[in-house]
Ligand binder design. Structure first.
Ligand code: MG
Ligand code: ZN
Length: 213
C-alpha cells in the first residue's frame, strides 16, 4: 500500500506557504487569495504571485519555518507503523521540497517528497513547478495521476485537508480527511476517516488492514 500524505495543514498544523507569505507579504498574499477564491487565477498562479515579493534568503525562510511550523503529533509512530506493515509513506505536496526537507529534519523525520521547489534570492522567490499532468477530471494539474503513478498498482491511502487533495482523495482506497477535504468528501458521499493527528491515521490504517485480513 502507498500512503500519500499532504504536507501543508495535514502533516503540519499550518500551511507553510500561506504562513510565510502572509508573514512577509501580507497584502500580496491576501489579494492573490481573493483572486483564487473568486476563480480569477488558478492555484499555481496564486502560488507564484504570493511568493514573488519575498526577498529573504532560503536560510532565513527555513529558519522562520523550523522555528514556527508544528508537525502534528504521531508522525513518528505512523512512520514506524508503515515500516512494520510494508506501507510506503510519501509526502505529495503543492509546496516546496527544499523548504519542507529542513522542517522534517528538524522534527527527526525523513520521508520521500513529491513537490515543487522554489528559488530564493534578492529578486524574489521563483517557483520551479514539478510539471504535474493536467487532469481531465478536475481541470487542474492535480495530484491524482501523480499518486496513482507512485502507487504503481498498489492500494492507495490518502491523507489530506484541502481542496487540492480532493481529486486524488476521491481516487484512493482509504481516505483520511480534515477541514475542507472532509466537508467535500462528505458532500460527495465518499467514506473517510476524520483525523486530528497522525495517531488517528495510524489507528485508522491498522483497523482497515486488520479488518481486511
Ligand atoms: Mg494541505
Ligand atoms: Zn484531478
Amino acid at each position: 500500500m502507498l500512503l500519500a500524505i499532504d504536507f501543508d495543514g495535514t502533516l503540519c498544523e499550518q500551511d507553510t506557504v500561506d504562513w510565510f507569505s502572509a508573514h512577509w507579504a501580507p497584502g500580496v498574499f491576501a489579494e492573490a487569495d481573493r483572486r483564487l477564491l473568486a476563480g480569477e487565477i488558478d492555484l499555481d498562479t496564486c502560488l507564484q504571485l504570493q511568493v514573488a515579493p519575498i526577498t529573504q534568503s532560503e536560510d532565513e525562510v527555513v529558519a522562520f519555518l523550523v522555528e514556527t511550523i508544528r508537525v502534528r503529533p504521531g508522525a513518528h509512530e505512523l512512520v514506524a507503523f508503515c515500516a512494520e506493515r510494508g506501507i510506503e509513506p510519501v509526502i505529495v505536496s503543492s509546496g516546496f521540497e527544499n523548504l519542507m526537507r529542513p522542517i522534517l529534519a528538524a522534527n527527526g523525520l525523513d520521508l520521500p517528497i513529491s513537490a515543487h521547489a522554489v528559488d530564493c534570492g534578492p529578486a524574489g522567490m521563483r517557483v520551479r513547478f514539478r510539471g504535474r499532468a493536467h487532469c481531465d477530471l478536475c481541470g487542474t494539474a492535480c495530484k491524482r495521476d501523480e499518486v496513482r503513478a507512485l502507487a504503481a498498482g498498489r492500494r492507495i491511502a490518502y491523507v489530506g485537508d484541502g481542496i487540492s487533495d480532493l481529486c486524488a482523495a476521491e481516487d484512493a482506497d482509504l481516505r483520511f480527511a480534515r477541514h475542507t477535504l472532509a466537508r467535500h468528501l462528505a458532500a460527495e458521499g465518499l467514506p473517510f476517516t476524520p483525523f486530528e493527528d497522525m495517531h488517528d491515521v495510524r489507528r485508522g490504517l491498522a483497523a482497515a488492514l486488520d479488518g481486511a485480513a
